[in-house]
Design a protein around this ligand. Structure first.
Ligand code: UDX
Length: 457
């Protein structure tokens, strides 16, 4: 490897910050990961990953000689080349994004820069249009207070990694987008990502390069376009999911199979097969937040984003369709027992942010159902966050099935593919199964005597 080793500081150790920090350290850079939460830092210092992300723990171990965890920016290298801001940017109730944590970090960075450094400050958190400018002006103000003449650069470098496959997405991305106005910033970020752009790192055993993977493109643009690329990408994917879900509803009415429709359109390369799985719609920390944020931004320009607004409406309607299906099959929800298979917003994560399970549980409880739940990983997180919801926790699918009038598949964890349906059938009161992710074979379950309803089939 002839890559340049950079000194990198990452502020925020959530999914994006920690996965990125660990991967950059693995690739040979010197990385300081900072979080103001001391408990998180203590755990990380002990070599334990603080988020559930397959393979992260192992990568942390492999990268540990290049990794420092601390709770203060004062521990940053005095000659840090790149500061990456990866703190939370939560939604406000009107859909706008709260970037106060980003601004706070910018202030702190402004307070530690010295006369000799020439760092690049990177916005990696998903931030509203104009945030690169904002960060620049905050840092300038802080430097002026101390009369420091530091030439720094601000760049927007949006993150596209998915939870559950964060390491793979970081090491083998489709593209890396850098929004910066000045050449030194672009050059530094090219050096930062050189091992990924050239794919010249030693492959971690557990994360082999995907077959047919090409070197990623390095897209250089202005900061505003980079910021908009992130919103456009997530809005497009969200819209694609809502598109197939809307057609799934129609497929149910006319008697078509949405899986075949998705395949039939997806093989047209202009459309593509991915993000066309009909189901309960999207959840998670990004699609809901980002679609609302871009609608809000556009509204400030008096520009309605009609497509995105419709995609949002379709998504949330999709969750309640499950309850309507239950009503049409078992008729009376009050007094019935419904078991939810899976809680997290998607498999391989314990993340419950904007998870369809939450809306469905609330509606079922409101209608008077007794609700039982099981998830391979997210049960504890659910107990911690939603202790007010009166549900019964189960340790496995069989315990969940006991005396249920209906089971609903919420999350398509791979372990559910080995559910023993004959056993489950014997434990249920009524044999109703709503397959919220089209994971199972309708014909097989119907043969076993289940009333089966998928999404769009
Ligand atoms: C997403 C984006 O993919 C990523 O690029 C961005 O940076 C962060 O947001 P993530 O939220 O981790 O990543 O999950 P993703 O795998 O994209 O799935 C999002 C949601 O869409 C999940 O709830 C998933 O179940 C749902 N989904 C996805 C579908 O319903 N159908 C599909 O075909 C694909």
């Amino acid at each position: 490897m002839n890559n340049v080793q950079l000194k990198v500081v990452i502020v925020g150790t959530g999914y994006v910050g920690l996965s990125t920090g660990v991967c950059l350290a693995y690739l040979g850079h010197k990385v300081v990961c900072i979080d103001k939460n001391k408990k998180i830092i203590d755990t990380l210092k002990n070599g334990v990953a603080t988020i559930y992300e397959p393979g992260l723990q192992d990568m942390m171990e492999k990268a540990k000689k290049n990794l420092i965890f601390t709770d203060t920016l004062e521990d940053a290298y005095p000659d840090t080349n790149v500061f990456i801001i990866a703190v939370g940017t939560p939604s406000k109730t009107n859909g706008d994004v709260n970037i106060s944590a980003v601004e706070k970090v910018a202030e702190e960075i402004g307070d530690i820069l010295n006369n000799n450094c020439r760092p690049v400050i990177v916005n990696k958190s998903t931030v509203p249009i104009g945030s690169a400018r904002k960060v620049e002006s905050v840092i300038k103000t802080r430097l002026a207070r101390r009369d420091i003449q530091c030439k720094f650069f601000v760049a927007s470098n949006p993150e596209f990694l998915r939870e559950g496959v964060a390491i793979i997405d970081t090491l083998y991305p489709d593209r890396i987008v850098v929004g910066a106005d000045e050449t030194p910033a672009i050059n530094t970020l090219r050096q930062l990502y050189e091992p990924i752009l050239e794919q010249n790192f030693s492959l971690p055993l557990s994360f082999q390069r995907p077959a047919g993977f090409d070197k990623p493109s390095f897209i250089v643009t202005d900061p505003t376009s980079a910021e908009l690329i992130k919103y456009a990408a997530n809005s497009f994917l969200a819209m694609k999911i809502s598109f197939i879900n809307e057609f799934a509803g129609l497929a149910e009415k006319v008697g078509a199979d949405i899986k075949q429709v998705a395949q039939g359109i997806g093989l047209d390369k202009r459309i593509g097969t991915r993000y066309l799985e009909a189901g309960l719609g999207w959840g998670g920390s990004c699609f809901g937040k980002d679609t609302r944020a871009i609608v809000y931004t556009a509204s400030q320009y008096n520009y309605p984003m009609e497509l995105i607004q419709a995609a949002i409406r379709v998504n949330y309607r999709q969750r309640l369709n499950v309850v309507e299906k239950l009503q049409s099959i078992i008729k009376v929800i009050r007094g019935s027992t419904i078991g939810l298979i899976g809680l997290s917003f998607k498999p391989n994560t314990d993340d419950l942010r904007d998870a369809p399970s939450i809306d469905i549980i609330k509606k079922l409880i409101e209608l008077g159902a007794r609700v039982k739940v099981y998830d391979p990983v997210a049960l504890n997180e659910f107990k911690r966050q939603f202790s007010e919801l009166a549900v019964e926790y189960c340790d496995n699918v069989q315990e969940l099935s006991k005396n249920c009038d209906a089971l609903v598949l919420i999350t398509e964890w791979s372990e559910f593919s080995s559910i023993d349906w004959e056993k489950v059938r014997g434990l249920m009161r009524q044999k109703v199964f709503i397959d919220g992710r089209n994971m199972f074979d309708k014909a097989y379950l119907e043969k076993l005597g289940f009333t089966y309803q998928g999404v769009g089939r």
